[in-house]
Design a binder for this molecule. Structure first.
Ligand SMILES: Cc1cc2nc3c(=O)[nH]c(=O)nc-3n(C[C@H](O)[C@H](O)[C@H](O)COP(=O)(O)OP(=O)(O)OC[C@H]3O[C@@H](n4cnc5c(N)ncnc54)[C@H](O)[C@@H]3O)c2cc1C
Length: 489
C-alpha cells in the first residue's frame, strides 16, 4: 500500500453532480450516517406544485425533457436501498406496471415475473422523487447552484494521486476524504485527472443516432388503450419510432434517425415531426389532437456515445479518494433504457464500498471495481454491439470478419428473442430479463437454451409475412416536402 493509501478516508464526502447517481449515492451514504456535501450546477427544483418537467431548469442534464423509460432494475434497486423514493413516486400518483403479466393469463404468472414491474414516469418526476428524498435527509448538504471547477490533490508520492477536495468556480474549496464523481456523461473529472497524469482508460463507440421526441398529455376524451403506448415501436427504412409512457397521463413519441441524414433533421420542426407522426399508421392516433395535447416543442439530442471508463488498471486504482458512478463510469445508448438503472447500480455500490472501506482508499477503489466492473463491461459491450448491428444494416456496410460472430449473436435478440415473445413464454421471460436488466446485460445471449429457442423462433418467423409499419423513405421525403410551411421552403 502507498503512503497516500494509508490516509483514513470516508469522513467528509463530496458528491459532484446531483442527477440520478449523485442523489442516489448521497441518499445511501446519509442512510449509513455519513455527512455528504452535494454540489450541483443547476438550481433546485421548483416548489408550489409546479410541474418539474416544464419548470425545473436542468441545463446540466440536456436529456431532462427527452423520454426516459426506467427498466425494472431501477424500481427493484429503489425498493432495496431507498424505499422512501418509491413511496414518493407512489404518493405522486406514479404507476407501477408489469406489462409482461398484463399480457399473459394470471394462471401462468410465476413469482419471478414480479421482477418486470416498472415505474412509468418522466425523467423529471423520477428525479424529483430522488431529490426530495435527499433533501429530507439531515446528513446531506446541498450546494446548489454551484459549479465544481477542479480537484485538489495531496502532494505527489509514489502511488496514484490522492484527491483531497473539490474547488468551486466561485473560489471556495471543499476538503474531502472521498469525492464521488456523478457528473454525468460529460463529467470534467477525467480531464482534471489527466492534468495530474492519472489517465483513465476509456473505450468509446459512437451510437450514430439522433433523437427527436415530443411529450403529450392524453385529453380527457381520449379512448385509446393508454398502456399500449408502451409497446409502440417500429422500424421504417431510415427511422425508428418508439412510444414512452409517462406519469400523470403523459407519454412521448420518439423518432431516431442517423446523424448524417440531413433530410430527416427537419424533424426538429414541429410541423415536420407532426406530419411524419401522422403518416405512420401505428402512431397517428396517438398524436391526434382529439387524443393528445403536446406539452412542449420537439426536443432533439445527438452526440450519443457508448463510453466505458476504467479507474482500475492492472489491478491498481488510477486515483485514490475518488469513485466515479453513473454515466461518468459507463454510458450506454439511451435507446436501450439502461442508463438510469445502471446509474443506481453504481451509486449504491459506491456507497457500500465507501462505508465498508472507509479508512482504506485502495481497498475501497478495488472493492467498488470488483462490484461493478463485470456489469459495466457487459452493458457497454451489449449496447455497443447492438449499435454496430444497426449501423451495419442502415449503412449497408458488410460486416467485417472480426465482428461476424457477435453480429450473429445480436441477431438472436433482434429477430429471434423479440419475435419469440409472442409464442413462447420462456422466450418472453428471457426478453423481459434482458430489457429490464433483471440480470447482467449479457446473461440471456450467453444462455445456450435461450439462444436455441430464439433461433427456432426466428426460423418460424421468416415464413410469416411482415406488414410495412409506415411510409417508405421516398414517401417520407414527400411528406416532409408537402408539410413544409411556405415561408421556410
Ligand atoms: C436522450 C436520452 C434519453 C435517455 N433515455 C433513457 C431511458 O429511457 N432510460 C434510462 O434508464 N436512461 C436513459 N438515459 C440515460 C440517463 O439519462 C442517464 O444514464 C442518467 O441520467 C445518468 O445519471 P447520472 O447521475 O450519471 O448523470 P446525470 O443525470 O446526467 O447527472 C449529472 C449531474 O452532474 C451535474 N454536473 C456536471 N458537471 C458538474 C459540475 N462541474 N459542477 C456541478 N454539477 C455538475 C449536472 O448538472 C447533472 O445534474 C437517456 C439519456 C439520454 C441522453
Amino acid at each position: 500500500m502507498t503512503k497516500a493509501g494509508a490516509t483514513p478516508t470516508g469522513g467528509r464526502v463530496v458528491v459532484l453532480g446531483g442527477g440520478i447517481a449523485g442523489l442516489a449515492s448521497a441518499i445511501a451514504l446519509a442512510g449509513h450516517g455519513r455527512t455528504v456535501t452535494l454540489i450541483e450546477r443547476d438550481p433546485p427544483p421548483p416548489g408550489g406544485g409546479q410541474d418539474p418537467f416544464l419548470a425545473w431548469k436542468r441545463r446540466g442534464v440536456p436529456q431532462f425533457r427527452l423520454p426516459h423509460g426506467f427498466s425494472a432494475r431501477a424500481r427493484s434497486l429503489l425498493a432495496a436501498h431507498a424505499p422512501d423514493v418509491l413511496e414518493r413516486l407512489r404518493a405522486d400518483g406514479i404507476e407501477e406496471i408489469n406489462v409482461f403479466k398484463q399480457l399473459i393469463s394470471p394462471e401462468l404468472w410465476q413469482p419471478a415475473d414480479d421482477e418486470f414491474t416498472v415505474v412509468w414516469a418522466r425523467r423529471s418526476a423520477f428525479e424529483l422523487a430522488l431529490r426530495r428524498s435527499a433533501e429530507a435527509q439531515p446528513g446531506i448538504r446541498f450546494l446548489c447552484p454551484a459549479v465544481a471547477s477542479g480537484l485538489n490533490f495531496a502532494p505527489a508520492g509514489d502511488g496514484p494521486p490522492r484527491v483531497t477536495g473539490v474547488r468551486l468556480a466561485d473560489g471556495r474549496e471543499l476538503a474531502a476524504d472521498l469525492v464521488l464523481d456523478c457528473g454525468g456523461r460529460r463529467s470534467p473529472v477525467p480531464r482534471w485527472l489527466a492534468a495530474e497524469k492519472a489517465y483513465v482508460h476509456t473505450d468509446l463507440q459512437d451510437c450514430q443516432t439522433v433523437y427527436f421526441s415530443r411529450y403529450y398529455r392524453f385529453t380527457p376524451r381520449c379512448e385509446l388503450p393508454k398502456t399500449s403506448v408502451a409497446v409502440l415501436r417500429g422500424d421504417l427504412e431510415s427511422m425508428m419510432y418508439i412510444g414512452f409512457p409517462g406519469d400523470h397521463d403523459t407519454f412521448a413519441i420518439c423518432m431516431e434517425v442517423r446523424p448524417d441524414d440531413r433530410d430527416m433533421r427537419l424533424l426538429r420542426h414541429t410541423w415536420a415531426f407532426e406530419a411524419v407522426a401522422r403518416s405512420i399508421p401505428d402512431v397517428a392516433s396517438w398524436v391526434d389532437p382529439a387524443n393528445a395535447t403536446p406539452l412542449a416543442d420537439v426536443q432533439l439530442m445527438g452526440g450519443h456515445h457508448n463510453v466505458r471508463r476504467r479507474y482500475v488498471a492492472d489491478g491498481r486504482p488510477v486515483v485514490l479518494g475518488l469513485l466515479a458512478a453513473g454515466d461518468a463510469l459507463c454510458t450506454t445508448n439511451p435507446a436501450y433504457g439502461w442508463g438510469a438503472s445502471m446509474a443506481l447500480t453504481y451509486a449504491f455500490a459506491a456507497a457500500r464500498a465507501a462505508v465498508e472501506h472507509a479508512s482504506d482508499p485502495v481497498a475501497m477503489a478495488l472493492a467498488y471495481d470488483a462490484a461493478t466492473a463485470a456489469e459495466a463491461d457487459a452493458v457497454y459491450r451489449e449496447s455497443a454491439a447492438m449499435d454496430r448491428a444497426r449501423i451495419y444494416r442502415d449503412t449497408g456496410q458488410e460486416v467485417p470478419e472480426h465482428d461476424r460472430a457477435e453480429m450473429e449473436r445480436q441477431r438472436v435478440i433482434a429477430e429471434g428473442l423479440a419475435a419469440g415473445v409472442f409464442f413462447d413464454l420462456e422466450l418472453g421471460r428471457a426478453f423481459c430479463r434482458r430489457v429490464n436488466l433483471a440480470g447482467p446485460a449479457d446473461e440471456v445471449l450467453d444462455n445456450p437454451d435461450f439462444v436455441a429457442g430464439a433461433r427456432k423462433a426466428r426460423e418460424r418467423l421468416t415464413t410469416a409475412p411482415r406488414p410495412a409499419p409506415g411510409p417508405t423513405r421516398r414517401e417520407l421525403n414527400a411528406i416532409l416536402h408537402a408539410a413544409r410551411p411556405r415561408s421556410t421552403a
